[in-house]
Ligand binder design. Structure first.
Ligand code: UDP
Ligand code: MG
Length: 224
């Protein structure tokens, strides 16, 4: 049987760890999909890491990676991929804004031979006007700079083992995951999903951090 690794970067998500474990576990075992869940604690200041330890203790599907400080989601996703053992890996947010049912859809497409399955946003869900405006600006600039329409792109993806290894071999340290996974090639398809409302906690993005993210990614992903 083919193992699926689900990688969940987590920064101050103490309330979401058990929820994510439980929800994903139920859906994947119902579907008879062999799985592991890899939480990456990105230097949280709350009880995220002890929640991960608790989850790993009671459920042997669960593993954890612990960062000494906050390195950012990009680094957390890469570390999760590096420690995952699956024949394919799904990266998703641990606030469950990426619907866990879509993971099943991605896995079935992978079984049919697709090597990269991109999660594409059908709708952005509820967010403040200011956040929507700065995110809109971010995508406009980044799409122009990168030369790919990124407005509906997300970090919610399935990657075959081959694609994971290719990503990990790249020397990029400041990776832009959602663009790199398209850039490496491979047999690709996509699934649409509706961004759900965050159940607990708050978004980690401020307008300032979005601007920083935009600049880093334009610098690393275009000749400009
Ligand atoms: N995240 C992370 N490190 C950070 C910021 C966020 O690992 O420095 C994680 C966070 O815990 C969540 C995912 O990245 O699982 C998406 O973050 P968030 O929900 O804050 O972003 P939004 O949904 O508002 O775009
Ligand atoms: Mg979120």
């Amino acid at each position: 049987m083919k193992l699926l690794s689900v990688i969940l970067p987590a920064y101050n998500e103490e309330k979401m760890i058990e929820k994510a474990r439980d929800t994903l576990g139920r859906i994947l075992s119902e579907q008879d999909i062999p799985y592991e869940i890899v939480f990456v604690d990105d230097g949280s200041k709350d009880q995220t890491w002890s929640e991960i330890e608790k989850a790993a203790e009671k459920d042997n599907h669960v593993a954890g990676v612990h960062f000494s400080r906050n390195f950012g989601k990009e680094s957390a996703m890469m570390a999760g991929l590096a420690s995952a053992g699956g024949d394919c890996c799904v990266v998703m947010d641990c606030d469950l804004q990426h619907p866990p049912e879509t993971v099943v859809e991605m896995y079935r497409l992978w079984e049919q031979g697709y090597e990269v399955v991109e999660g594409v946003k059908h709708s952005r869900g509820k967010e403040s006007l200011a956040h929507r405006a700065s995110a809109g600006m971010f995508y406009k600039i980044i799409s122009k700079a990168v030369g790919i329409d990124m407005s509906r792109a997300s970090d919610f993806k399935l990657l075959d083992r081959k694609a994971v290894d290719a990503l990990l071999e790249m020397p990029e340290r400041n990776a832009f995951f959602r663009a790199l996974s398209a850039w490496i090639g491979y047999k690709t398809t996509s699934v649409e999903f509706d961004v759900r409302e965050r159940e607990e906690g708050v978004s980690k993005w401020s307008t300032k951090s979005l601007i920083r993210y935009a600049i880093t990614n334009i610098v690393s992903f275009s000749s400009a």
